[in-house]
Ligand binder design. Structure first.
Ligand code: ADP
Ligand code: MG
Length: 583
């Protein structure tokens, strides 16, 4: 993109030469993004990136402008998860940069590709700490919180700088990358043709990682020796977009599988080999576990202890693109370092035609446990209590999603998360987005926005009232862009429960409660969206179905019994307990 005709200069070395076309940092950055097929930017404008965003939009990219950088960042990271291309977030310097960092660190923790591009102040002033506007050594601060961090100082390096950021974000284990763009860089001018030649299109940004043949043979030997094998599918398997191979591997092997929350739908949750509803049994009793794009972190009790049936020990086969993930918590008997698609192809080839499925007493026991649990839960889901309990409300939402398999589901909260994860079945890959590895609250609105923008499908965001509070202002963004998002706030007046009291009897409410019967639905109306208050499951089902079909911004305030939840949902055991009783 050349600057206007006035932005030309005579060649200083030859007075008779034609004037040269010029370009600058703004245009080079936009051209570099376009060259690498980046189509959408999630951002909050301000000094020094306002013009950059205006020009980016003028150049035909989609720019979504948020109210707070954290949510622009969450959106970018979710875009990365859904598309396997780095989601781009742009922020202003110091405070905007810091606001976005939470999302950048979260993307890195979740292994999702994202690039946060932040404007920064003048290097000369920052480095001498002379007190610039929004002065901060952003590069140094970002470094420990992301996979890679770079700064571009010269316009001719914009092409290579962005290329490095893209490759770092998506290759190997994906993650968050920080790109520091001093304001002065954007204004730097250079020759147009030289600028164009300096841009880099990243070729094969995420090369396949083929596993070694010995590693495949070793893994198959371990799997063949199993009497009670189990597959665990994680969000890395969902990210890999090797959906057919995942299905083939599960079905050919005949091994029951447990989906981690964001792997739900890789195979439909109603699949006969799904062991989701028999989770405790399969973790405890399995003798060989094949981890596919899932980590043995806190979400799986680090692969050891009572939950895994200790003292009996489990043998692990692990498929992961990151070699350092192996033996992170327990010994991995058969590490398979590679991308999910390449590893599963190799395993399937090695399994051959005469593969022996697991013993029927194992698969039969898993199925019996699962059927019993599903039946027990089904009865609870039918209640029409008002105010609602979690089962009644989520029974209604389960129907809504069941009837719309392409809809995206976003889910956060404590009880709202735990119950929804087990109650709402998913039937297609990458339709569920939640709090991820950190269990971070506030991902809801950013995730919902990215889900709507990247897929074009209707989005249902099921939010605890506390979780919603971290990101609620972004409903203005949802209304402004008229996105097909229906937010359901599970309003139980508080954190975990809405019933805590201040034991001193003084004026302040307990730190755990909110304003009683808050009208979140009216907030939505303030921005021109639909706001509905639903007090029983029938009302909720009707209102959500309508909103999902209309594809209009809607917020439904679902009145939940303040006494229905429990402390920290399913992870109350993580709260430290005081043993000292003070009088
Ligand atoms: P979950 O929380 O669902 O268990 P995790 O985020 O803990 O999932 O684990 C995802 C794992 O997947 C990470 O260890 C990451 O390195 C790995 N991973 C990401 N992409 C790929 C890929 N294409 N192939 C193989 N492994 C991958
Ligand atoms: Mg609550």
């Amino acid at each position: 993109m050349a600057l206007s005709e006035t932005a030309t200069t005579p060649d200083a070395t030859n007075e008779n030469a034609e004037p040269r076309e010029l370009t600058d940092g703004f245009h080079l950055l936009i051209d570099a993004l376009k060259l690498n097929e980046i189509e959408t930017i999630y951002a909050v404008p301000g000094i020094p990136i306002s013009d950059l965003l205006r020009m980016t939009q003028a150049a035909g990219l989609r720019v979504l402008s948020f109210r707070h950088e954290q949510h622009a960042g969450f959106a970018a990271s979710v875009a990365g998860f859904l598309t396997k291309k780095p989601g781009i977030c742009m922020t202003v310097s110091a405070p905007g940069f810091l606001n976005g960092l939470t999302a950048l660190a979260n993307a890195t923790t979740n292994c999702w590709p994202m690039i946060m591009i932040s404007g920064s102040s003048e290097r000369e002033v920052v480095d001498l700490m002379q007190g610039d506007y929004e002065e901060m050594d952003q590069l140094a601060i970002a470094k420990p919180l992301c996979k890679a961090a770079y700064r571009i100082l010269h316009a001719e390096d914009i092409g290579i700088g962005l290329a490095r950021a893209i490759r770092a974000a998506v290759s190997g284990r994906p993650g968050g990358v920080y790109l520091d763009v001093p304001g002065a860089l954007l204004g730097q001018v250079m020759d147009e043709a030289e600028g164009a030649a300096s841009l880099v299109k990243v070729i094969d940004p995420a090369p396949a990682h083929i596993p070694a043949p010995e590693a495949v043979t070793r893994a198959l030997d371990v799997i063949k020796g199993a009497k009670k094998p189990l597959i665990v599918l994680g969000k890395g398997a969902a990210y890999a977009q090797a959906d057919d191979l995942v299905r083939q591997f599960v079905e050919t092997s005949g091994i029951p599988y447990l989906p981690m929350s964001m792997a739900k739908g890789l195979l439909p949750d109603t699949h006969e080999l799904s062991a989701g509803p028999a989770r405790s049994l399969v973790l405890k009793e399995s003798d060989v576990v094949i981890m596919i794009g899932a980590r043995l972190n806190w979400l799986l009790s680090h692969g050891k202890g009572k939950q895994w049936g200790a003292p009996h020990s489990t043998k692990f086969v692990q498929i992961d693109i990151e070699p350092k993930e192996m033996d992170s918590n327990v010994e991995i008997a058969a590490p398979l370092v590679g991308d999910v698609g390449s590893v599963l192809s190799a395993l399937l080839a090695g399994m051959g035609k005469n593969w022996k499925k697991p013993p029927e007493d194992w698969t039969g026991a898993v199925k019996a446990k699962k059927d019993a649990n599903v039946q027990r839960m089904a009865a609870n889901l039918q209640n029409n209590a008002s105010p609602m309990n979690y089962q009644g409300a989520l029974g209604a939402l389960k129907r809504v999603i069941g009837e719309r398999p392409d809809a995206m589901l976003v889910n956060e909260g404590a009880n709202t998360l735990d119950f929804a994860r087990s109650i709402i079945d998913m039937s297609k890959p990458r339709k569920r987005i939640d709090v991820g590895t950190w269990g971070v609250m506030g991902i809801g609105m950013g995730s919902a926005i990215a889900a709507a923008v990247e897929t074009g499908n209707p989005v249902l965001a099921v939010e605890g009232d506390s979780a919603f509070g971290f990101c609620g202002m972004e409903i203005e963004t949802i209304c402004r862009y008229q996105l097909p998002i229906c937010v359901v706030v599970f309003n139980n007046n508080g954190i975990y429960k809405g019933t805590d009291k201040n034991p001193t009897g003084s004026g302040d409410p307990s730190p755990m409660v909110f304003v009683e019967d808050a009208r979140y639905d009216l907030m939505m109306q303030a921005f021109g969206g639909q706001g509905v208050r639903a007090s029983n499951p029938d009302e909720l089902y009707r209102a959500v179905s309508e909103a999902m079909d209309a594809g209009k911004p809607t917020l439904i305030n679902a009145v939940i019994d303040p006494d229905a939840g429990k402390e920290s949902g399913n992870i109350g055991n993580l709260n430290p307990q005081s043993v000292v009783k003070k009088k």
